[in-house]
Design a protein around this ligand. Structure first.
Ligand code: NDP
Length: 249
């Protein structure tokens, strides 16, 4: 028996990086996994195909997390297919970096909508189902940048700080119905998102991390696995750093 046998899980942004690692880790622990993506049709189909070929239950959806109607469709499809939804992992996120004086309204809105509004939309749609079940949990992926801030990332930091306040509020609202909500705050994790940073900046960043290296998507996925499982049945409203100690450096 896996830690998530027969659990129904939705992961947003599962076509790459941290989301992909969560999809694979959760499916291997017995979960029925649905994941969304924005544009990576081929990558998403490949993950779905490979996982199914190994006997795992994985389904991909192209759906924009900023669009309420598309979000409702995803949740409805999951519930119509399986009869329930146990866990939602709000992982999809983007960066549009600029110093604040050059930051455009478009860059602000794109990041806030993709990173924060989508979390609200998925939470609202899934919470309606979870309230009836009297069971569920949300895992929202923030960032150390949402706590500490970062020059050149004020829009991203605001969206990630927003996730923490939002999640703690939801944890308070829904705890009486046995619904948990927690945050993971990753530090520097090797994915396409961080490949955009120059090699020099990445080296400097790595040197500043107490554990002396970047993290892997699988290291974040394992903490998400803990939070989604009954091992974390008394954990709600928490922010767990997965950052090699960056937040204490
Ligand atoms: P990637 O850039 O590798 O992957 C982003 C994922 O989000 C992709 O699956 C992408 O789909 C999806 N996505 C983007 N926009 C949308 C949208 N509008 N609707 C649906 N899906 C969307 O990111 P990471 O794996 O690096 O990051 C995952 C999360 O972790 C993000 O929230 C990020 O902010 C956070 N994080 C990452 C850190 C890191 O060091 N990597 C550190 C701290 C936090 P598609 O492939 O179709 O574009």
């Amino acid at each position: 028996m896996g830690l998530l046998t027969n659990r129904v899980v939705l992961v947003t942004g599962g076509s790459r990086g941290i989301g992909k690692a969560i999809v694979e880790t959760f499916a291997k622990e017995g979960a029925v996994v649905f994941f969304t993506y924005a544009q990576s049709v081929e990558k998403a189909q490949q993950i779905e195909g490979e996982m199914r070929a190994h006997g795992f239950q994985v389904t991909a959806f192209q759906a924009n997390g900023c669009d309420a109607a598309q979000v409702e469709n995803v949740i409805n499809h999951v519930v119509e297919t399986t009869g329930k939804i146990d866990t939602v992992i709000n992982n999809a996120g983007i960066t549009k970096d600029n110093i604040v004086l050059r930051l455009t309204e478009a860059q602000w809105e794109e990041v806030m909508n993709t990173n924060l509004k989508s979390v609200f939309l998925y939470t609202k749609a899934a919470a309606k189902v979870m309230l009836g079940q009297k069971y569920g949990n949300f895992i929202n992926i923030s960032s150390v940048v949402g706590v500490a801030g970062n020059a050149g990332q004020s829009n991203y930091a605001a969206s990630k700080a927003g996730i923490i306040g939002f999640t703690r509020s939801v944890a308070k609202e829904l705890a009486s119905r046995n619904i948990r909500a927690n945050v993971i705050a990753p530090g520097y994790i090797s994915t396409e998102m961080t490949q955009a940073i120059s090699e020099e900046a990445r080296k400097k960043w790595e040197e500043s991390i107490p554990l002396g290296r970047a993290g892997t998507p699988e290291e974040v996925a394992r903490v998400a696995l803990f939070l989604a499982s009954d091992l974390a049945s008394y954990v709600t409203g928490s922010v767990i750093y997965v950052d090699g100690g960056s937040h204490i450096a």
